[in-house]
Design a protein around this ligand. Structure first.
Ligand code: SF4
Ligand code: SF4
Length: 68
């Protein structure tokens, strides 16, 4: 199982990482704000992640790290 981590303080909540996930497990956390007042992205079901890193490649701000 791959592990995906998000640097929430760097995330601007643009959502570019959401549609590229083939497992549809990347979501924007509308229930949470970072210190800039933006909704960060996260992975909902870590156990379903296949480690493809599409989300990390898509992110323009290097927020996402994928460990396989
Ligand atoms: S590594 Fe791939 S499967 Fe895992 S969250 Fe990112 S896009 Fe989705
Ligand atoms: S693409 Fe990067 S900055 Fe945009 S929501 Fe996803 S993690 Fe945050």
């Amino acid at each position: 199982m791959a592990r995906v981590t998000f640097d929430e303080e760097r995330c601007k909540g643009c959502g570019l990482c959401v549609p590229v996930c083939p497992k549809q497990i990347v979501v924007i956390r509308t229930d949470k704000l970072n210190s800039k007042g933006l909704h960060p992205a996260c992975v909902e079901r870590q156990d379903l992640c296949i480690g493809c890193a599409f989300c990390a490649i898509m992110c323009p701000d290097q927020v996402i790290e994928v460990e396989r």
